[in-house]
Structures are given as C-alpha cells and as structure tokens.
Design a protein around this ligand. Structure first.
Ligand SMILES: [Zn+2]
Length: 328
C-alpha cells in the first residue's frame, strides 16, 4: 500500500483507539467498546506487519474506497460472509434513500423559469450532483447545479453529499458566482483526499431572463434558442483539483422559451453494444429538432434518443440531465 494511504490509515486507527479508550473509561462494562478496541489493535498490527489492506481469504487488495469508509474491513467484496453481504446491501439501500432525499423537486417553477431533471445512478448510489435552490422568500435569484464527482459508488456519493451541503450553505451568503465556486473549491479541497475532484456547472437565473453560468471543467451545457444550439464552454478548472484557483463566469440573456440543457458525461459517453459513444453532436441534434417543448418533454425526448442509441447495452455510468427553460 502507498505510504501516504498507510499514514492516513494509521492516523485514523490511532484516533479511533484514543476515542475508544476514553469511552471505555466512562463505561468499562460496555462489551462492544472492548471488542472494537481489540479490532483496532489488530488492524494497527496489520499495518505494522505490512499486511494491512489485504483480504484474509484471497490475499488480494481490499477495495480502497471500502477501506477509507471503514479501516477495519478484513475481506474483499468477493469474500464477505453472508451476514456481511446482507449488512452491506442494507447499508447501501439506506445510503441510496438518503441520497434521493437530497435531490430537489423533480419539476419546479420559480422567477419565470421552469426546471425538470432526470437523475439515474448506475448502481444503488450516484456520484452525480444535482440541486436547485429557490430564491429565499421570494427575494434573490434561482440557483441550479449539476456535476459529477470523480470515481464511482459510495465514495463518490459521500463526496456528492459534501458538495451538496457546501453549496447549500454558500448560496445563502451573497457571493458573486465566481466567489461562490472559489469558496466551494477551497472547502472541498481542504476536506478531501487529493485524487478526488468534481466537475460541475453552477447557474444563477434572475426574473429578467439574465443567466450567469460558471462551468468548472464540466461538459458544456447547451443553450437552445430559435433552433440554434450553443455550448457554454468551461470557465474554470474542476472543483477540488487545485487549492488556489479562480473561477470566472459567463453572462447570457435568455428570451422566452429559450432553454439551457445540462448533463453529465453518463449521457455523452454512454456506449452502445458496438462501443460507439452517444456523443455531444447527437444531443445537439435532438435539441435543434425539438422546439418549444416543456422541460419535462425535452428531457423525455433526450432520454428516448439515448435509449434508441443504447439498445440493450448495459448502463455503466451515472447519468443526469437537467433542463432549465425560461417560460414562454
Ligand atoms: Zn478476497
């Protein structure tokens, strides 16, 4: 195992040990504290012996994200006991429920804007990030956010929840869009292990049709206006990629009936059985041919075209799609 990871694990285990010892002093008769302390000591011994992170059955490496989530795991996913498998399954289902609870309303209307989205995890949980924040008590602007945390599965889902909380609290303060993403970048960077980052788009819409977009290294959202489709290219690097980085934004003005479409690469990089990617040209063609549809109908049209491309090829990546339209 890499030394950096080993140091993190050792540190985590020692911290756990201290907390358990403190708990044990307060409740010496609590049997589970003693048992947990023993497990922590055994894990520390494995770190010292160089066998930490290896499955005790097959001696292959245990999945990194599972070790990060629980440094006491001793078996790879293939070698869990039946009870461990059942527990894991239940944990995942609960995590999926909690994640669904973080999503905004499926269809909503505010300040003359209509929004609809589709959010589809590849597994039980998703690393895609999707949120809409309505103006507080009628004052202020409407914010919408769509992004993709690097990695997959539970680790990505935890980071997605972290982003969600960070932006929710920052949106309440009155920052410019660039400042907002800069601060989120700092918070994410300070509390995240280095290989993780997130690409995302933050949009702010006002009642007069003004739209401001910050695109932090994400797939370009598409503006649909009078049958023309124009991408909004990145205005900054992904969030969490570098400690100090600044983010600019682009200002647009949307007319009535104009639409902005945001998506994650689960859409454009979806491959059919021949290995052909769906691609951004194809989504642009669908949009160009679909005039004056409601956000819900446009979402359905995009998904139908994707389904026609995929045939029965399996879905391997999280997929999100959000349509933001200035009401006609
Ligand atoms: Zn194993």
């Amino acid at each position: 195992m890499a030394t950096v990871t080993e140091n993190i694990v050792r540190h985590q285990l020692q911290e756990r040990r201290q907390r358990l010892e403190a708990a044990l002093q307060m409740a010496p008769r609590e049997p589970q504290f003693g048992r947990l302390l023993k497990e922590v000591d055994e894990a520390l011994a494995r770190v010292e012996a160089g066998s930490y992170g290896l499955c005790e059955v097959c001696h292959d490496s245990i999945e990194q994200d599972r070790l990060m989530a629980d440094p006491l795991v001793r078996f790879c996913l293939d070698h869990l006991t039946e009870k461990e498998q059942r527990d894991l399954e239940q944990d995942l289902q609960l995590a999926a429920r909690i994640q669904r609870g973080l999503l905004p309303e499926k269809s909503l209307y505010a300040l003359g804007w209509e929004i609809h989205y589709h959010y589809q995890p590849a597994g039980p949980v998703s690393g895609d990030y999707c949120d809409v924040v309505r103006p507080d008590g009628g004052a202020g602007d409407l914010y919408f956010l769509l992004g993709d945390v690097s990695g997959k599965g539970v680790s990505a889902a935890i980071l997605m929840a972290h982003l969600h909380a960070t932006f929710r609290s920052l949106v309440a303060a009155d920052f410019s869009l660039g400042q907002l993403v800069e601060r989120a970048n700092r918070v994410f960077r300070e509390s995240t292990l280095s290989p993780y980052f997130a690409t995302l788009v933050v949009g702010r819409a006002s009642a007069s049709g003004e739209l401001e977009i910050c695109n932090a290294g994400h797939c370009p959202p598409l503006v649909l206006s009078n049958g023309n489709v124009t991408p909004v290219d990145p205005t900054g690097l992904p969030v969490g990629a570098f400690y100090s980085t600044s983010f600019s934004s682009r200002k647009l003005k949307l007319g009535k009936g104009d639409t902005l479409v945001l998506y994650t690469d689960g859409l454009t990089e979806a491959r059919n059985a021949d290995g052909t990617e769906y691609g951004s040209d194809r989504i642009s063609r669908v949009l160009a041919g679909a005039r004056q549809l409601t956000p819900e109908a446009l979402t359905a049209a995009c998904l139908a075209d994707l389904a026609a491309h995929l045939g029965n090829a399996p879905k391997v990546d999280d997929l999100s799609l959000m349509v933001v339209r200035r009401a006609a």
